[in-house]
Design a protein around this ligand. Structure first.
Ligand code: ADP
Ligand code: MG
Length: 269
């Protein structure tokens, strides 16, 4: 167990008759970068909700850093060092970039009293360091609502890092982000991983992004685990290709004979 940071066993989550997550076991080692992919609706976000304890689970057990978090509240999980971003960006549009960063340490509802409290200097220093690191200095005092989609993604990544997490769950951190900024996000994540040992579990549609960053990829389909392996193994896996494109040859893929997921999807699945 020594290298394991997150260990989830037999996780199931149902919504009425729909099994959104079906007996999934997944782990992330300390300092590891793992990709989580799967067609739309395959349960990736719901699994993140379960792991970060935003959703109650119906079955299974989750351990983080040696602590059983199966029944813990989300803010306690965040304090233990498990942080996340959301597919639908959650920033306070009326507040500045800096204020969003500072308030992100308060999990859940932000009280008006908190808004008028002066954050301690270490919180401000950390926020400023992360703002610099994520290339947002120029926008530090701008309202978050004025940021581009990509800049807001960067802000949300920054917010997830304020609590000094050991593991960050990133849900589609690059969706709607222009390619130049995607490269920047990739470099920042690599630095955080290599220099600070932050582990990441990332849901991504951009296969190249996953390939460049991850040592291991886990694939969900219809809520269940379909495959697991190196990015190369996954891209050549017949089950995975079929899950994404069906076996009838009907795809939106570019022309050509290459049958890997990457080639078929032009990097976007
Ligand atoms: P993904 O992130 O892989 O696209 P989701 O986890 O968002 O998939 O969704 C998995 C399945 O669960 C989908 O069929 C979706 O419609 C359903 N689902 C997700 N959240 C809810 C919810 N709160 N209530 C009911 N069904 C949900
Ligand atoms: Mg999703």
């Amino acid at each position: 167990m020594s290298g394991h940071l997150l260990v989830a066993n037999g996780i199931s989550k149902r919504f009425g008759g729909l099994v959104a997550v079906d007996d999934v076991s997944i782990h992330v080692n300390k300092g590891e970068m793992v990709g989580l992919i799967g067609p739309n609706g395959s349960g990736k976000t719901t699994l993140f909700d379960c792991l970060s304890r935003v959703q109650e689970i119906d079955q299974g057990k989750i351990e983080f850093d040696g602590v059983d978090i199966t029944k813990k509240r989300p803010h306690l999980v965040a304090h233990l060092g498990l942080s996340r971003t959301f597919q639908v960006i959650r920033v306070y549009r009326e507040l500045t970039v800096l204020e969003n960063m500072e308030l992100s340490l308060q999990w859940g509802k932000v009280s008006t009293a908190k808004l008028f409290q002066k954050p301690d200097s270490s919180t401000r220093d950390k926020a400023d360091q992360l703002i610099d690191f994520l290339l947002l200095s120029r926008l530090r005092n701008e309202q978050a609502g004025t940021l581009s989609g990509g800049q807001r993604r960067l802000l949300e990544i920054g917010m997830s890092l304020m609590s000094d997490p050991k593991l960050v769950l990133l849900d589609e951190a690059t969706s709607g982000v222009n390619p130049a900024l995607v490269e920047e996000i990739k470099v920042r994540l690599q630095i955080l991983n290599q220099e600070q040992g932050v582990a990441f579990l990332l849901v991504e549609h951009d296969v190249r992004f996953v390939k460049d960053l991850c040592d291991r990829v886990v694939v969900l389909n219809y809520g269940a685990l379909l495959a697991e392996g190196s990015p190369q193994e996954i891209m050549e896996n017949k089950d995975v290709i079929e899950a994404y494109f069906g076996d009838d040859g009907e795809t939106d893929a570019p022309e050509g004979n290459d049958t890997t997921v990457e080639a078929k999807s032009e990097g976007v699945i």
